[in-house]
Structure formats: structure tokens, C-alpha cells
Ligand binder design. Sequence first.
Ligand SMILES: Nc1nc2c(ncn2[C@@H]2O[C@H](COP(=O)(O)OP(=O)(O)OP(=O)(O)O)[C@@H](O)[C@H]2O)c(=O)[nH]1
Ligand SMILES: [Mg+2]
Length: 655
Amino acid sequence: MPVRFPGTIRSLRSPLARAGLLSSLVPWGQALGADLSGQIQGTADVWLWPLILGGFLALLFASLGIYNRALRRQVAQQTRALREANTTLRSERDFSQSIIQASPAFFVAIDTRHRVRMMNPAMLRALDRSAREVRDRPFADLCVPADEQEALHAVFQHMLRTGHPIQHESHVVARDGERLLVEWHGNTVRNGQGQVEYFFALGLDITERRRTQAQLEHIAHYDLLTGLPNRTLLQNRISHALDVARRRDRQVAILFLDLDRFKVVNDSLGHAYGDELLRQVSDRLRRRLREEDTLARWGGDEFIVLVDEVDDPQGLSLLAEGILAELAEPYRLSNGQEVFVGGSIGISLYPQDGRSAEQLIMKADTAMYQAKDQGRSNYQFYTSALTLAANDRLALETSLRHALEREEFTLHYQPRVRTQDDVMIGMEALVRWHHPDKGLTAPDAFIPMAEETGLITPLGLWVLRTACRQAQTWMRLYGEPIHMAVNLSMRQLRQPDLVSQIDAILRDTGLPASSLELELTESVLMAGDGHTLTALAELKALGVRLAIDDFGTGYSSLAYLKRLPIDALKIDRSFVSDIPHDASDMAIASTIIAMARTLGLEVVAEGVETPEQLAFLKKEGCDSYQGFGFSPPVDAQAMTLWLDGLAREHRIARA
Ligand SMILES: Nc1nc2c(ncn2[C@@H]2O[C@H](COP(=O)(O)OP(=O)(O)OP(=O)(O)O)[C@@H](O)[C@H]2O)c(=O)[nH]1
Ligand SMILES: [Mg+2]
């Protein structure tokens, strides 16, 4: 039976489309007992329509079924995968948790307000705290020492800002106050928006490691017996000191000390007591030195002192003398035995004796052997000229110590003269030393040494007493008040009983207080403190006059001067000597005179030698002067003769 195709199918113009459609219908036709193969060009009967539609629907449902099954399979697969992923995640989390819980390292999580969210058992144990106790407590308050909290805060800020992991060392303090040093490795955890949610840190307790390191470091650099720096550390320190000295153009000194006849102690008392003595020696030396000096044990009974700021070799002589004196004091050992031990010192100086640590130590060692050769218990500089100078100084010091009792000091008197009419209105007492070998010695040569050694105190009192007694004698002889000026040193001014001593001298000698003028240098006043001001006020209350000596060489401010209870200023000779050639000196002299007038002070010029100088000072209104132009300082006898003459001419003025 021919099959007719509907017009629409027939109207498919493409033969390929038509063939495609019909060939897909052939098996359906066959199933229905119709042969469609030869009917492709024919027309379909109307009863075939439902058949075709049913075919399509069957095809569609079949495809949908297949698709549905595939979809279910896929969902099942994904569900399984998710479940597996979840299980893996949970086990991984449990794994990390158990590592954190079991770890001997510290672990802490902290929120952005720096409160503890979680701490692992290792850390809780170290702090001796429970998890409940630490939760939500500020981490810093809980266990960070106060002086490290700021640094910790900065670390948190840094992590917040940069998001970078950090490494930080800090202490944590346990409940009982024990401090542990911890090396922290910290990082941040951020949420989906990239904001920091919390910090976490892993901490390693490095307390023991550091302690061991420090011990090793100590053993490498310190002597076990005495605890002093050893050779290695000393050499480092010397090299460093030389670097600094090179840059600053300074001197450095090495003192090499070897104990004298130390072997005897070892041999007679045994090595253990020898050790004990070495420890006592090192303690004494350490006490003797300044903080900044390095004392090291070089080996055996040898010690080295590094002095890294040497102003002048004289100071080193004093230091060496001090060390030797200290060493020479008896030692008492633990067995009750008293022993004596001396030492010999060799001194070398950078840069003159060597430019490296090795050279300087070698030279100091050589000098130490010279000291041994000289009979031990002495010191020698490597440069022999310095030893000679030091010996000279030592000899001078020894004779200075005896000069008072041997009555080798004497006073000279220099007249103070009124500028307007050249009338003598007083005098200044100046000390001189009749040295047994050197003859008459000026104060510059021995006053600084007297200051250093403390001899200035008895010497100053002697000067005061002698000058007052002399002034009183002349007053009695001529019936006129004598105005006597005496210099007072810084050391004297610092003496707590100075005022009562001066009071006693005035009473003993009978000199009216108003006849005594005490001269203090400007530097003494400038260096002065509250105590100086009190002493000045008390002296003033006694009725003595006060003057500032060497005025213009310090940096007194007008405000400071106004506070001092002084009566006179003495213009330093350096401003007078170049008058009339140096315009600036003249300007300074004029200014001082004008200033003194403003403050109502008397002004005295020192070192006036020429008529030009005197004329200038007269013109500027200077009240009085001293100097070779009128008279050098003269001894008491010469002054008596002079006063005799003046008295005859009635030319001694009332002060
Ligand atoms: N007890 C003790 N003795 C030491 C130590 N190291 C070295 N000595 C001894 O110290 C002595 C140092 O000898 P020297 O300085 O050459 O000799 P000295 O008897 O001091 O004589 P002079 O230095 O020449 O005055 C030696 O007898 C060493 O055995 C130590 O650590 N402990
Ligand atoms: Mg020795």
C-alpha cells in the first residue's frame, strides 16, 4: 500500500531533509507492517499521524529518562565526594588540633582586641594557668612583662597593617613570676572579606638555649678564677678603644701589672691560697678603677688595665701609684693568715708606643720588666722620658708633703693701688715655696699638685693665718687698717668647716673681718652649687669682703653675678697685657669696668705694667690695680720697709 506524505513533509524542499525524515520512519513503518522504503516520494495517509507523534513522544520520554538517570548518578557522586571531603576536613582538623594540643611548643590564638581565644596545654602549663582562666583575658596583662608590652603592641599593629608573618622574642611571666624567654612565630587569620579575624603564634621556649649561649659566651671571654675579662675580650676592647682614639685623636694607655714574688705565696701556702689571693687582688683592683676602664687577667699573676681616655700621662702616674698603694695593703686569707704582696707596673701609650693591641701590650710588658729591674713595687713608662717626668713629679710631691712642716712656704705681698692717685690701698698675699733644691718656686708649679693631693687644705689655712697675722701686725705698727686679699681654692670652699676656721683665725689674730678679702676664681664660682652659695653667704655674714679673681676668663652671666654676695671684680691680666694694641681686649676691659659699676662693685685690674695701660684704665674708671708697673710681690721684710716709708709720708690710705 502506497504511503502518502502530507504536503508539508513533501514540501521539504531539501532532498537530504526528506530522506532523513523518511529513513527515520522506516523502522516504525516496518514495525507496523508497512513498507515505506519505496514510498519516499509518495504521500502519507492520514492514519499515520498519531503513529509519528507517538514515536516522537516515546523518543522524548526515553531521552528524558536517560538524562534523569545520569543526573541522579551525578548528584549521588557529588554527595559522596562532599561527604568524603567533609570527613577528610574533619580528620585534618582533628589532626591539627591534636598536634597543637600535644605540642611541646606554645600556641596561642588572640583576637583583634588582643584577648586570648585559645592557648594550648604546653603554654598553659608553663604559665601555670587553666584554659578557663586565660580565655578572653588580654594577652599582655596575662603574661607579658610591663616593659615589653609596648613592643608587643607594635608587633600586633605591624601584623594588622602588613599581614606579614613575624618573628618576635619576648618574655612571658608565669603565675609564680618565673620569666621565660620565648621566640614567637606569629601570623594572622583573615575572613572572606580579607579582614583580620585573629592572630595566632607559635612560641618556642628558648630560655635554656639563651642561658647556655650566655654561659658559653662568658667562658669564652672571662677568666674562671677571677671573673675578669680574659685575653680575648681584652684584645677586643683594646682594638675598639684604639679605633675610637684614632678617630677622636685621643690617647690610650695599657698598664701591665705583675705581682711581685707571687711564687712565694704558692710555695708556702699552697696553690689554693694562691688562687684566693689572686681573687682578692682582682677585687681590689676593680674597686680602684673607674667603670669605663677595663681590668683583665692576662694570665698567672699578670693583670692588664686598659685606660681608654688619657688626658695626660701625669694622671697615669697617679693611677699607678694608687694601684701599688692599694696592693701593698695586707691581705687576710680564709685561714686567717695575713700576707703581703706588691706589684710592678709597666705602662705603654697609644699612639707614641704602638698602634696595635699587640704592640702596646708588648711594650707595657717590657716596661713592667724594667720596673722589676728597678727593685719591684714601682711603675715605669715604656717611654723613659715619661718615667723621668713621673719620677720628678713623685719627688716634687714627696717634698711638697714635707714643705709645710719644714716651713718652706713663705708669703709675698703685692700692693693694690688706687688708680686715680697711685696711693696703696691694700695688698694681696701670694704664696711662694722655697724648694730645698730648686729655690723659690712660683705657685703655678705646685698649687695644682697641692690641689690634687689635698695638701691645699692645710696649705690654704696656713696662708690665711699667716696673712691675717701679718696684716694685724702692720695695723698695730702703723695704726692704719690694712686691706689684705687672700686666694681661696675650690677645695677649700668645699670644706664644711671653712667658715668656722676663718672665724677662728680672725679671732686668734685680732684682724677685723672687714680687712680680709677672699678671692675666688670665676671658674670656682661657676662650678659651684648650692653649697658654694651658702658658704659665700656665711662668709659675707662674718663681715669679710669677697672678690672674683681672673674675671673674664669664665662665662659668668650677669644674672648669676647679681646673685653672688661679692664686693669686687678683678680683671684678668690677659685683658690688660695687650692694652693699647688689642682693640677687643680693650673693649672687654671697658665692658667689665662698666658692668662692675652697674652692679655697684669695685673693679681691680691685674698685671698692669705700662703707663699706657694705667692711663687707659684710669680713663675707663677702673678703681684700683696691681702689677709690676707699681710693684712686684715683695716679701714681708721689704713690705715693712716700704710701709715704714709710707707711714712717714702719711701715705697709707684707709681701705
Ligand atoms: N695559685 C695560682 N698560681 C698561679 C696561677 N697561674 C700562675 N701561677 C703561679 O704564679 C707564679 C707567677 O710567677 P712569676 O710572676 O714569674 O714570679 P713571681 O714569684 O711572681 O716573681 P716576680 O713576678 O718576678 O716578682 C708562678 O709560680 C705560677 O705557677 C694560678 O692560676 N693560680
Ligand atoms: Mg709575678
